[in-house]
Design a protein around this ligand. Structure first.
Ligand code: SF4
Length: 206
């Protein structure tokens, strides 16, 4: 393995270890298992079906269902109708669940503080790099396809000359920059392979 790649992997591993430790501590303080905290954090961003949560966590449907049931028992989440499918239900946070999450600072307070202190341009670069890495991992089947800009039919990479806001979201009909790239968007619409390939070419070339 290339030495530089080994250093990058080491750095990513350190960051992941810090985040896991912080989430474990926060979950313990809130009386939640790491899986329960992760589910609560995910549905606070976007309500999801239980199967989708299992995919995000990389666990079996039965295991995700157990964690969701425990959160329901604590009054932190509930099942609600899925606007995309009348026969399905989504897991949504309750007021108590959102309040607990706010009290726990989302489970990653120190990591969030360090990220917030970075210059805005560095955060934008980071979003761009993360988007590329996650898309690459999706292509090799290492993680499930996410509702991210790069796989969205509303996304047009580098549609504008403006270096600060080169991309365009057709859903809201607005230009935006790398800092606003989304990795899990509620308004995502799955794009066809040609649209994704064209965006990847423009995204990767810039
Ligand atoms: S709808 Fe969401 S995922 Fe799609 S381009 Fe707009 S911001 Fe990105």
């Amino acid at each position: 393995m290339d030495g530089q790649i080994a250093h990058i992997l080491y750095g990513i591993g350190r960051l992941a270890a810090v985040q896991r430790a912080e989430q474990w501590q926060a979950g313990t303080a809130g009386g939640l298992s790491p899986a329960q905290l992760e589910i609560l954090s995910r549905v606070a961003v976007r309500p999801m079906r239980s199967g989708e949560l299992a995919q995000h966590l990389g666990v079996s449907a039965a295991s995700a269902s157990d964690s969701i049931g425990a959160l329901e028992g604590k009054g932190l989440v509930q099942r609600g109708p899925d606007p995309d499918d009348a026969r399905a239900q989504r897991v949504v946070p309750t007021e108590a669940g959102l309040a607990l999450l706010a009290r726990l600072d989302g489970g990653s307070r120190r990591m969030a503080d360090v990220l917030a202190a970075l210059p805005e341009g560095d955060r934008a670069d980071l979003m761009r790099v993360l988007t590329g890495i996650i898309r690459g991992l999706q292509e090799v089947g290492a993680i499930p396809v996410q509702r991210m800009c790069l796989t969205c039919r509303h996304f047009r990479a580098h549609a504008h000359e403006d270096a600060a806001r080169p991309h365009h979201c057709d859903f809201v009909d607005a230009a935006f920059g790398d800092a606003m790239l989304r990795l899990d968007c509620g308004d995502h619409g799955t794009a066809g392979p040609d649209h994704v390939a064209a965006n990847l070419r423009r995204f990767g070339r810039a």
